[in-house]
Ligand binder design. Structure first.
Ligand code: SF4
Ligand code: MG
Length: 338
């Protein structure tokens, strides 16, 4: 399949009073047309910073994209002008967030907010934009759209607001939707409905999705591929099947082992592994997980493991010295292999 997005060797930092925080360090991954890629990891691992960098929404200063490429449709978004970026945002790439109130305008009706993008990006007239807005409200499952279109965000429930935000995001039929913890604040039933909706829209409109989440249950439900981040780096990536059934990185083993299996509790933060991630003011020279890893060897402290393709796999990649031919054979703990 064709790639819609390719992130290559991306580095993003923030200036603080204590020095430079290296929030994203050499992140590479791609997204193909019509595919959902989940980026998972604990808070502070760089997943949100990565997605904001794609949209060029990093607050500059104190943040800045140090190096790397974000190729969208072959164009490097780190290099385009702010004006061109404004044309891309909302039209070709749209974003939804955990809290719809941060992106909905409280002083404008929901209908106007859907129509705004259509008028701006697609040169639609008012009547046509209104038709399309009604259609979008229907598509995301908002009842009585004719009445709802004239209401303000505060007149919507939490789940309805999330739907409204998705309607705004998808009105211009973007090629890529970035969803940052889109369902974290919602209760389990509504969460499932919103995820179904995203899946459905992906099928119908062919939108590619980047889903940022700490919730592995959500990932299993909707993603095609998974990118696992730790301390600003991608440490493992592969298909859902590969990551859930044959994970190769000790950090991923910890994540999988901590996943609630039988109950459907979805609000647990990922922090299964004892210890804390390294300080990104002075990240370690070697493997960022070494201080918490049961299997750490001398080489792990000394040198960063390279990205290795897992033997016998199609797209499964891992950054761990255990993949080296000279490393001792270490098997994942029993509770992880399913
Ligand atoms: Fe553990 Fe070493 Fe692999 Fe890092 S490279 S995860 S420290 S075994
Ligand atoms: Mg975040």
């Amino acid at each position: 399949k064709d790639k819609i997005l390719e992130v290559n060797d991306l580095h993003v930092s923030f200036k603080t009073y204590n020095g430079e925080v290296q929030a994203v360090r050499s992140v590479s991954f791609d997204v193909k047309k019509g595919e959902t890629v989940a980026i998972v990891g604990e808070s502070g691992c760089g997943k949100s910073v990565t997605s904001q960098s794609i949209m060029r929404l990093i607050p500059e200063p104190p943040g800045w994209i140090k190096s790397g490429e974000v190729l969208f449709d072959g164009k490097d978004l780190t290099k385009v002008s702010e004006k061109e970026m404004e044309g891309i945002r909302g039209k070709d790439i749209a974003m939804i967030f955990q809290d719809p109130m941060t992106s909905l305008n409280p002083t404008m009706t929901v209908g106007k907010q859907i129509m705004e993008g259509l008028v701006k990006h697609q040169n639609m007239g008012k009547a046509q934009a209104k038709e399309r807005a009604l259609e979008m409200l229907r598509l995301v499952g908002i009842p009585s759209p004719e009445r709802r279109i004239n209401q303000y965000p505060h007149q919507f429930s939490g789940g309805m607001r999330q739907r409204a935000m998705i309607a705004i995001a998808l009105a211009c039929a973007p090629q890529l939707l970035i969803a940052d913890e889109p369902t974290t604040a919602l209760d389990v039933t509504i969460q499932a409905q919103i995820l179904d909706l995203m899946n459905d829209l992906k099928e119908r409109l062919g939108t590619s999705i980047i889903l940022i989440t700490h919730d592995l249950g959500v990932v299993a439900d909707v993603a095609d591929r998974v990118v696992v981040m730790y301390a600003g780096k991608v440490i493992e990536s592969g298909t859902v099947e590969e990551i859930f059934h044959r994970p190769r990185h000790p950090y991923t083993w910890g994540l999988m082992g901590s996943m609630p299996r039988l109950d459907l509790t979805r609000d647990k933060e990922l922090s299964p592994i004892t210890g804390t991630p390294p300080d990104l003011l002075s990240p370690p020279k070697g493997c960022p997980f070494a201080a918490r890893c049961k299997h750490a060897m001398k080489v792990c402290q000394r040198e960063m493991p390279e990205t290795t393709q897992v033997r016998g796999s199609g797209s499964h990649k891992v950054n761990c010295w255990l993949e080296h031919p000279m490393a001792p054979a270490v098997e994942p703990p029993a509770e992880v292999v399913g």
